[in-house]
Write a protein that binds this ligand. Sequence first.
Ligand code: NAD
Length: 269
Amino acid sequence: MNIAILGAAGRMGQNLLRCAGKLNGCSIVAAVERPDHSAIGARVKEITGIHSEAVPEKLCFTDYWPEEAEAVIDFTFHTSVVENLENAMANGQAYVLGTTGLTDDEKSAVHAAAAELPIVWAPNMSLGVNLLLELVRRSAAILGPDYDAEIVEMHHRLKKDAPSGTALGLAEALAEGRGVKLQEVACYGREGITGERPRGEIGIHALRGGSVVGDHTVMFVADEERIEITHKANSRDAFATGALRAALWLDGRKPGLYTMRHVLGFETV
Ligand code: NAD
């Protein structure tokens, strides 16, 4: 499959370029960056030191839309996503959206684009995290609101949004498992005289520091016992490999909004 990476010189972009050779069937045809990025015009392999057959020797970073791609993988910044979707619609390209921190309007644009394009949208593309989501959904359904639920995430100091998209996804999975609306029970951090913890509250807390790739722990706490389910990403390869798998999975799909649950077979299409 001919794949273009949007945000190719970024942290995730470079990981995607590096991991493409590990999966059969991935061929990188474009490495797209912002027009003012210093990498524009430079050869991808020279800048990144990547040795992968999936990345052509002469491929350079470019700042124009990759019309030749069958699928685009977007790990850019949330303000770029709407325009990127419009370009993909104009060219009928499958879309993998990994960028997080989208506003409500930007999220609406993703839903609208899914009427025309097959899109995989996941705040965390790793296999392990998507298994964690499933475990959390099922645990919440079984344990119910008598087990206080708290989510703690930690990421590197450069991360721009909080809480992480994954922590929000876990909170959604928890609320779904309990059959409640997240916005009615969510508590984002605590400070001051907060009063007693209401039954059924879902606490969400963000820690930042160092170069932590991404840790997430979900706790179910009762008087007599505590269950903690933790996922730790060792490297961004976990997300990159998942995103590339998602792109391959989109080959020949009908328009629609898909998640990693579909890609991994937890949910049928
Ligand atoms: P980064 O800042 O290192 O990289 C982003 C890159 O996108 C930069 O190089 C920037 O120049 C480029 N960019 C911005 N606008 C662009 C545009 N319009 N066209 C082309 N390139 C553009 O950030 P990062 O750590 O690589 O993360 C990128 C995004 O992916 C963030 O939103 C992050 O939270 C998210 N992320 C998601 C997952 C997941 O599994 N879904 C995993 C890690 C990171």
